[in-house]
Design a protein around this ligand. Sequence first.
Ligand code: HEM
Length: 133
Amino acid sequence: MATITATASASPYARIGGMAVLRQITDRFYDLMETDPAYGVLRAMHAPDLGPMRESLTQFLAGWSGGPRDWWEANPGKCMVSLHGPYAIGRETAAQWAEAMRRAIADVAPADREIADALAGVLERMALNMARG
Ligand code: HEM
């Protein structure tokens, strides 16, 4: 009983495995984007060097899931959806983003399957919300 209570009250950040696991997920996500031709359109939208994105997305996911908030401190008042306003994101591209992220999470296979599935689901909704048209 005590264990269940502790698990239920832990932040998603702690449950997923903290910074180390978020970094693995982000790295796997951009590795897939770089190597799988299915994500060619998505890849082409990004800068040639994905290094800064690997850092940025890891930090964003950390703060967003209840961990260190460095990304917010570096980007005060920024909204992730508005930040994507300048990009022509259609439904198909958004679905590719969500699929690559779902695969990355599955490949890293965090021990807490419930929070891993929830993360994939919420990120999919966020990505689809960025699509126009
Ligand atoms: C819907 C599909 C998406 C597309 C097509 C997309 C595309 C992009 C592009 C083109 C950039 C600029 C990257 C560069 O200059 O190399 C970017 C930045 C970024 N995206 Fe996305 N994105 C999507 C969804 C998301 C989602 C759902 C998240 C968060 C969970 C996210 C997090 C970020 C972050 C953290 C940055 C860097 C912003 C910064 O720190 O300045 N993106 N995205």
